[in-house]
Write a protein that binds this ligand. Structure first.
Ligand SMILES: NC(=O)c1ccc[n+]([C@@H]2O[C@H](COP(=O)([O-])OP(=O)(O)OC[C@H]3O[C@@H](n4cnc5c(N)ncnc54)[C@H](OP(=O)(O)O)[C@@H]3O)[C@@H](O)[C@H]2O)c1
Length: 269
């Protein structure tokens, strides 16, 4: 199967490596299109594939003369419309995106609105180039407008993961909102902790056993059964003191607001 990657960010980085290391099927990455040529070069080097062609200009999105079977669109969600309106693929090529929030139908903007084969290949995980991931355990959310394409994308995902599901655009967007709270926002709260400790010259390492146990407990007994702390205990004296301490620190003004909002939300339960 010949594959084109549109985008050379975190997701493309991991999926392209995964595909090119496939042991069960011959998956050839033939082209990478990236707005930033250097990022495409970095990915090409990672894949160690000299035959791979790099396109980086907005005028180089016409792949109609290639023999691509699959194009993976892994770009920032805000860039979908502008890139899709210029993307041209061979007639039978499948176009699949990797986004949690974009509807599948948006892909119909490709091939000047004449694309036939569209789908979604969404890995529900957090990806950063600097961190390896084990795909075996990653849920893949698959969707397509054609049964045959859904099967192809499902079989592709099943080569790498034991958790492959058919998920509609609507359900995927709900999973995505939940994932933003579970991953992006929790990570930001840890970043606030990191900044508070840095401000007072204390090591973030001291919190690592707590982070580990919090996650372990939430997975074992469910987060709603695992809440502890001053908010759930209605410990108003501690809460007031914490708010004063945060105010005195030379940090983002929003941190106090976030503390207050989270406390109120926990107390409403
Ligand atoms: N990272 C995750 O954890 C994760 C997980 C699952 C799904 N996803 C989804 O996968 C997709 C890609 O995410 P990512 O994390 O790989 O993003 P990323 O690391 O930020 O990379 C985004 C890619 O989009 C390109 N891009 C950004 N703005 C553009 C524009 N205006 N025109 C053309 N190209 C543009 C970037 O090009 P430059 O290199 O030039 O900046 C880069 O190649 C998104 O739909 C995202 O929702 C992400």
């Amino acid at each position: 199967m010949n594959i084109i990657f549109i985008g050379a960010g975190n997701v493309a980085w991991h999926l392209a490596s995964l595909f090119s290391n496939s042991k069960t099927e011959d998956l050839q990455i033939t082209h990478i299109w990236s707005r930033n040529k250097e990022n495409a070069e970095l990915l090409k080097n990672k894949l160690n594939n000299n035959d791979l062609k790099i396109h980086s200009s907005i005028t180089q999105l016409d792949f109609s003369k290639t023999d691509a079977d699959l194009a993976i669109l892994a770009i920032a969600d805000g860039a979908f419309e502008s890139i899709l309106s210029k993307l041209i693929l061979p007639k039978n090529c499948i176009l699949a995106h990797t986004s949690g929030s974009q509807p599948m139908e948006i892909l119909k903007l490709a091939n000047q609105n004449f694309i036939k084969n569209i789908g979604v290949f969404y890995p529900l995980q957090t990806f950063s180039k600097a961190k390896e991931v084990d795909f075996n355990d990653i849920p893949f959310c698959i969707e397509s407008n054609e049964k045959e394409i859904e099967e192809k994308l499902t079989n592709l995902a099943k080569q790498f993961s034991q958790k492959v599901f058919q998920v509609s655009s609507k359900d995927r967007s709900i999973l995505h909102v939940a994932a933003v709270f579970a991953c992006n926002f929790s990570n930001y709260l840890w970043t606030i902790s990191e900044q508070i400790l840095k401000e007072k010259n204390l090591p973030f390492d001291m919190l690592k056993p707590l982070l580990g146990e919090t996650l372990k407990k939430a997975l074992e007994i469910n987060p709603s059964n695992a809440q502890t702390g001053p908010a759930i205990r209605n410990d108003e004296k501690v809460i007031t003191k914490h708010l004063e301490m945060i105010k005195e620190m030379n940090l983002d003004d929003n941190f106090g607001q976030i503390y207050k909002l989270m406390t109120e939300s926990i107390q409403k339960k």
